[in-house]
Design a protein around this ligand. Structure first.
Ligand SMILES: C[S@@+](CC[C@H](N)C(=O)[O-])C[C@H]1O[C@@H](n2cnc3c(N)ncnc32)[C@H](O)[C@@H]1O
Length: 301
């Protein structure tokens, strides 16, 4: 028998400094460590797009092996409560064929939901997070859509989207009766949609392994109104994904404000400071059009 917890911690700590060695060692300990490692798959995902081909291949192989059909997560109806707002959502049974573990709500989804509720309930629009009441909101990579459903509970009209058919179908089955909700399969790698929204929200989608940092800026540039705002809250798993996204967003003409979010407090950061944050920190990117992209005021002459 392995001392599982200790083994996992040691190997995972090594992933950054010596990724190939750590991956090979984890690999050699399957299948015993599989259940523990499955819960840490998010740490392996970024390595799939490592610049080192050997590391990327080893990470992909390990993830493949972890994706065995095993009932590790059982879905069902859940309720999220915060400040008098109640949101019902449905988690699904785990399916190894899913794109990126969207069957359950991720912890950042709760944080972003709370930030949005706070702004909507406060009398004044927060400078950072807008009130969603009466707004048209798009959620990208929604998974079980806790964030989008929270926006709806706060009085927004919401389009829930994900790249995974199964998830969008389940959202429609569970919430299709609601007049203020609509549903769409939106794969950010191929999306060409142009319908525009006041607010775009996404929680925990900026992961290197699914192309989001490269693809999302173009999606936002087509889908965000000129006076709109996008909120992308993510768990940090190395700074790379955030840095790629920020640089491409800026190239598309967006202003990106960056905040570390801890206990719902938002601390402004510079781009350089992201690399100094510990993994698992929550990073919020607030995206608006840069001023020069705004339409010129009507001529008064
Ligand atoms: C880590 S989960 C986060 C789910 C949800 N936002 C949350 O915070 O609970 C990432 C989500 O991105 C979706 N996804 C992965 N690749 C995608 C793509 N190419 N286009 C759209 N969504 C994608 C997955 O299906 C999954 O629901």
């Amino acid at each position: 028998m392995f001392d599982d917890a200790a083994d996992i911690d040691l190997e995972l700590a090594l992933l950054k400094a010596e990724p190939l060695k750590a991956l090979q060692s984890l690999q050699s300990k399957l299948p015993q460590l599989a259940p523990q490692l499955r819960r840490q798959r998010h740490l392996l995902c970024p390595l799939c797009c490592s610049g080192d081909d050997e590391v990327a291949a080893a990470a992909a192989k390990l993830l493949d092996q972890l994706a065995e059909p095993e009932a590790t997560f059982c879905g069902g109806r859940r309720t999220f409560h915060y400040r008098g707002i109640e949101v019902e959502y449905w988690e699904l049974d785990e399916d190894p064929g899913d794109l990126l573990f969207g069957y359950g709500a991720w912890p950042v989804a709760e944080s972003l939901s709370k930030l949005l509720i706070n702004s909507t309930l406060s009398e004044h629009d927060s400078q950072v997070v807008p009130s969603v009441h009466g707004k048209h909101v798009l959620e990208i990579g929604a998974g079980v859509a806790l964030v989008g459903l929270t926006c709806c509970a706060c009085g927004a009209k919401v389009r829930l989207t994900d790249g995974e058919n199964r998830l969008v179908k389940a959202l429609e089955e569970h919430h299709g009766h609601h007049n203020d909700l609509s549903f769409e399969v939106l794969d950010w790698n191929v999306d060409q949609g142009v319908e525009q929204f006041d607010i775009i929200v996404a929680s925990d989608v900026l992961l290197c392994c699914c192309g989001a940092p490269e693809a999302l800026p173009a999606v936002l540039s087509r889908r965000l109104k000129l006076d709109g705002k996008a909120l992308l809250l993510n768990v940090l798993r190395g700074a790379r994904a955030q840095l790629i996204a920020i640089s491409l967003l800026q190239r598309h003409g967006f202003l990106v404000s960056i905040f570390a979010v801890a206990s719902l407090d938002m601390l402004p950061l510079s781009t350089e400071q992201i690399s100094k944050l510990p993994d698992a920190a929550h990073v919020l990117l607030v995206v608006t059009w840069a001023e020069e992209q705004m339409p010129l005021p009507a001529s008064t002459t």
